[in-house]
Design a protein around this ligand. Sequence first.
Ligand SMILES: Cc1cc2nc3c(=O)[nH]c(=O)nc-3n(C[C@H](O)[C@H](O)[C@H](O)COP(=O)(O)OP(=O)(O)OC[C@H]3O[C@@H](n4cnc5c(N)ncnc54)[C@H](O)[C@@H]3O)c2cc1C
Length: 421
Amino acid sequence: MSRPEEPGHVVVIGAGQAGHQTTASLRESGYQGRITLIGDEGVLPYERPPLSKAYLKGDVDETQLWLRPETFYERQSVERVTGTVVAVDRAARTVRLGDGAVHAYDHLVLATGARPRVLPVPGSDLRGVRTLRTLADADTLRKDLAGAADVVVVGAGFIGLEFAAAARELGHRVTVVEALGRPLARVASAPAAAHFTRLHEEAGNRLLVGQGVLAFHDNGDGRVGAVELTDGRRLPADLVLVGAGVTPCTELAEAAGLRVAAGIVTDSRLLTSDPHISAIGDCAVFPHPRSATDLRIESVQNAVDHARLVADRLTGAERSYDDLPWFWSTQFSTTLQIAGLGHQHDTELVLATGPGAFSVLLFREDELVAVESVNRPADHMAARRLLTAGIPLSRWEASTEGFTLRGHLKARSGGPVPVAA
Ligand SMILES: Cc1cc2nc3c(=O)[nH]c(=O)nc-3n(C[C@H](O)[C@H](O)[C@H](O)COP(=O)(O)OP(=O)(O)OC[C@H]3O[C@@H](n4cnc5c(N)ncnc54)[C@H](O)[C@@H]3O)c2cc1C
């Protein structure tokens, strides 16, 4: 039985990172009502980051990706339903699945995530032209890789570069094609991107920037054989991974008449335009005190913290979302960790601490807005503490001899400082 102020039945659509976390956090917050978690993948909720890293290389198996074992959902009385929700009836407060089953809700959480963009060029539907989002995608790619010599990656964002690193480590010839002027152009600073570019080149990967894809060509057998670039070059390819970003899954929300822009629009409490429906994780667009414009963030941290906030709200502890965004990417044996939002920075300062280990401090109008740490977990943890606490740091202070983020945190906070992530 739920408490009188709580919704009696919470239905969550999407059994990914955010959907799973909603169920776990609801129970942690003492929610006693009914929880139904509906997902269309037919597997236990799992973490996606290893799909482009350890899982792709065969270093971990499927069970190691599970966020929790099956017994967790049984013990927590979370009803797991496999199926695709095809409609939300806001007036009746029900959702309908593809097989016709109907579930009534008191509160609905949309955690539908995002799907990879497909390039609108000829040959995108050829066998061997792949994207990577799900466990099933990763399994297909693992099989494809087994028979491939030449691999082309389209898009030098995080997923493209992580896949390129793993494919190289598995012994493939890899070419990465990027339409913009440099890798990681939308997501990391120039110094961090230059470092990862060097790592790929030193490992033997070829990076072609400023190159679009005109078409994928058939090898005569319905399978991709070559990638045609905008400069007319044709790259041989037995396998293509398209890492050209994602589109949030908003169609259910749109059809239900909810506000949708670059995602499902929410307020600072992650409520949609219907007070009985929340939207969280990759599918949600939300205001954040660190950004002048609404954000849509694709990260584990964002999915987890969104879910926690909704669970708190549904159990009576309402607050606005202001958690510090953070993210990581691992390529070869190098890890980049990002704290804060650097997309609108105007100045960079590199704190070099050793070979292959450094942090880039990103400032906007002399205010620290983000820190990118390469193989510097202690810097990352200190940066998260500094940014969360709003401890000021000017470029001038950061440029002084012997400056460290940990030292600055210690001097300004007076509290104990963590050693590493
Ligand atoms: C290969 C890869 C590597 C990544 N690496 C990192 C990393 O290193 N660090 C990091 O922070 N983040 C990483 N991410 C991003 C991170 O995994 C996502 O931000 C996170 O999974 C978002 O969680 P979510 O619950 O919002 O969406 P998802 O995890 O995508 O879950 C959404 C779920 O909803 C289901 N669904 C959608 N519509 C319906 C429907 N109508 N009915 C039923 N079910 C539905 C989907 O099938 C899916 O299972 C990575 C992502 C990928 C794909």
